[in-house]
Design a protein around this ligand. Structure first.
Ligand code: SF4
Length: 252
């Protein structure tokens, strides 16, 4: 994607979602770290259901150790892989107390040494808890980066490094949330909502659909389609969020 198009790409997402936020509930860096660790291969909604009652009383590593592994499992048993996740949360809490004074370290290497914490989790914590301009590539960002041509790469790390190169500096802090929310609600895995997409004209995805439904290029666009598409482009260029993006902004 051309540099000018990347700028426009993020301008459009910023207009559609002026204040993008993650969807995991937390009350401090420690609970954020726990929530992100619990969210591996689970939905944010399912994690929030479990952590809502948990975080009412447990907000520090010390309180987590006092709760203990067995009672932690009771809290999170609705989340996939809860047995190993509970073990990791107890173990990382012990390390935070023993090596970091009970605080979450603002340091990638130290974070990645914690049990159950990989590069993606470390990036989320650095970004949300400490305001670092990191980009945590999850399944949504991986898909959007590749589909659109914004940051093609065969691995999440390749996409992350590419994004670090191409995302304008002033958009780096929120890029992670914009791309996740765009992938989760518009550029969905099975049926991307291309007609409602604010970056439709910039996207290089060969299978992108028109307002009429079929992939662009598979069928000549009818007059009506061209007219509607032109209107969508005009709206996007004017900074008007698409209908789906509007819905997200209200929810967010
Ligand atoms: S046009 Fe379609 S495939 Fe491209 S970014 Fe938008 S929703 Fe995704």
């Amino acid at each position: 994607m051309k540099k000018a198009d990347v700028v426009t790409f993020f301008d459009r997402l910023a207009t559609a979602m002026p204040e993008p936020k993650g969807e995991l509930d937390y009350v401090n860096p420690y609970t954020l770290l726990v929530a992100v660790a619990l969210s591996a291969q689970a939905t944010d909604v399912s994690v929030n259901k479990a952590t809502g009652p948990l975080f009412k009383t447990v907000t520090t590593p010390e309180a987590m150790l006092e709760l203990g592994e067995s009672r932690l499992k009771d809290h999170i048993k609705t989340i996939g892989l809860y047995n190993s996740k509970a073990k990791n949360v107890i173990a990382l809490s012990q390390i935070l107390i023993a090596e970091h004074g009970g605080e979450v370290p603002r340091d990638r290497d130290a974070l990645e040494k914690l049990p159950g914490v990989g590069r993606k989790t470390a990036n989320v914590v650095l970004n949300i808890a400490f305001g670092e301009p990191t980009i945590a590539v999850d399944t949504h960002i991986f898909r959007v980066g590749n589909r659109t041509g914004l940051a093609p790469g065969k691995t999440p790390l390749a996409v992350e490094l590419k994004l670090e190169k191409v995302v304008p500096a002033d958009r780096r802090l929120h890029a992670h949330h914009w791309l996740i929310l765009h992938g989760r609600y518009v550029c969905k895995a099975r049926s991307p909502d291309c007609p409602a997409c604010v970056v439709h004209d910039l996207c290089a995805f060969k299978g992108k659909t028109t307002l009429e439904g079929p992939p662009a290029g598979k069928k000549p666009a009818a007059k009506k389609t061209v007219k509607k598409k032109a209107t969508a482009k005009k709206s996007a260029a004017a900074g008007k969020p698409a209908a789906r993006a509007k819905t997200r902004r209200k929810a967010g």
